[in-house]
Design a protein around this ligand. Structure first.
Ligand SMILES: *Cc1c(COP(=O)(O)O)cnc(C)c1O
Length: 450
């Protein structure tokens, strides 16, 4: 064995402690480190010819890159929808790497069983009694749902897209009110094409689809419908119940993009926002956002795992055939797969339904508190009511949104991201971290000069 590897193996327990201390340096400084890190540009370093082992690598990382890490694991990183990692999720992720299982099949390891248990728990948490699998994020979850929808369109037309390609199908329409950018990306990968998204009218002053416009579009024949449960700008929700009701009269595959809005289901206060979603054909929920597991993790649910296996099966002489209960590698874009379920399993085992409900409700309370401060300020105005965990607002005067955001980032106190809502340059503050509390909202308000 290479000398440095042999030395590290001999010293493994002490080295794991060193790694733990490095992690503690990252987490212990969340309150003080700038939430948005300044860009780092260290001089290029050639590939080490032999290296000096793990301790030296930890020191090199500390000197070269550590100060460039953002505070995205912390409570005042409100950009995008970022979440953090609960203590149990972090431990689950460490064990995922330590055990290094391949969750592609149930052969010789409990890995697939753990994933099935985690999927079952998530189904209970969200009230979605559907089959599912872990994927790397909501983009992949949307991609899988749309791929099954594409196959379903083939089934209606009596052709197999998986065998004959997307050209075997005529015009494909993907109908949605306020589709997330990942829908276009997925359709590009799937060979459907970004232009095949038909963006439908939304309700006045809302991002929710106008269901009568959807019904009119459905009269022209089978389609894929993407219902949105939590738009990124204003966290608006389509009337999913009304959309599901249309299934009795029209033929369509209903995919629900509930990347973070799906967590409304975790609190009885907000569950009405996704009422009826168990009637969907496929559902996307991100887990590295509001479940607070580390990147990268999402779940995809579907009621047609058979069509899913037609799309994703990877049958080979040494891999076996999908069979009636396909292994995970026949259901997801990846073939080899990390045990991505373990962090989710751990956080659900450690804190359960009540713990995760508490995270959701505290985050919504924080968003509402910030929303009230914005509403009462001279400097800013709300662009939409605070429906869940995102505050969407803009400046009242000539002040540029970009300048406000730069100043907040420079203060080191918080990180917020820009958007454009109904043509107005705007600021989004998205709450999704388990640590965030009232004191953090106060610090964000101060950084915003309110
Ligand atoms: C974040 C998000 C996505 C994409 O998620 P990734 O995890 O970044 O792939 C898709 N849809 C919605 C509504 C989102 O908020």
């Amino acid at each position: 064995m290479f000398a440095e590897l042999a030395a590290d193996l001999a010293d493994l327990p002490a080295l794991l402690d060193r790694a733990r201390l490095a992690a503690q340096r990252v987490l212990g400084s969340l309150d003080d480190r700038p939430v948005a890190a300044a860009a780092l540009n260290p001089a290029p370093l050639a590939l080490p010819e032999s290296g000096d082992g793990l301790v030296a690598a930890l020191e090199l990382f500390g000197a070269r890159w550590e100060s460039g890490l953002s505070g995205s694991a912390g409570p005042r990183y409100l950009g995008f929808v970022t979440g953090g990692a609960t203590p149990a999720a972090l431990a689950g992720d460490w064990l995922t790497a330590a055990a290094d299982q391949n969750a592609n099949t149930g052969t010789g390891s409990a890995a697939a069983g753990i994933e099935r248990e985690a999927i079952g728990w998530l189904g209970e948490l969200f009230g979605l009694p559907l089959a599912g699998a872990f994927v790397s994020g909501a983009t992949m979850s949307n991609l899988v749902g749309l791929a099954i929808g594409r196959e379903w369109l083939g089934e209606q037309a009596g052709v197999s897209v998986t065998e004959d390609g997307v050209g075997a199908l005529g015009d494909i329409r993907v109908l949605s009110g306020s589709p997330h950018s990942s829908i276009g990306k997925s359709l590009s990968i799937l060979g459907v094409g970004r232009r095949h998204v038909v963006t439908l009218p939304t309700l006045p002053g809302r991002e929710a689809v106008d269901v009568s416009a959807l019904e009119a579009a459905l009269r022209s024949g089978p389609a894929i419908v993407v219902a949105n449960a939590g738009t990124v700008n204003t966290v608006d929700f389509d009337d999913i119940q009304a959309v599901v009701a249309l299934k009795q009269r029209y033929e369509f595959w209903l995919h629900v993009d509930a990347a973070f809005g799906g967590f409304a289901a975790v609190s009885p206060n907000y569950a009405h926002l996704v009422a009826g979603w168990e009637g969907a054909d496929s559902v996307c929920v991100d887990l590295h956002k509001w479940l607070n597991v580390p990147y990268d993790s999402a779940v995809q649910f579907t009621r047609r795992p058979d069509l899913q296996a037609e799309v994703f099966h990877n049958a080979g002489s040494y891999l076996g055939l999908p069979g009636e209960h396909p292994e995970f590698m026949h259901l997801t874009p990846e073939t080899s797969r990390r045990l991505r379920a373990l962090p989710a399993w751990f956080t659900l085992a450690a804190y359960g339904r009540a713990g995760h409900r508490d995270i959701v409700e505290r985050n919504v309370d924080s968003a509402r508190a910030l929303g009230e401060r914005v509403d009462g300020s001279d400097r800013f105005r709300l662009l939409a009511p605070v429906r869940l965990n995102v505050v969407c607002f803009t400046t009242t005067g000539d002040e540029r949104v970009g300048d406000v955001l730069d100043a907040v980032s420079r203060s080191g106190e918080a990180f917020l991201t820009p958007t454009v809502y109904q043509g107005v340059p705007a600021i989004r503050a998205a709450f999704s971290n388990w640590r965030t509390g009232p004191a953090d909202v106060g610090r964000v308000c101060s950084a915003l000069g309110m």
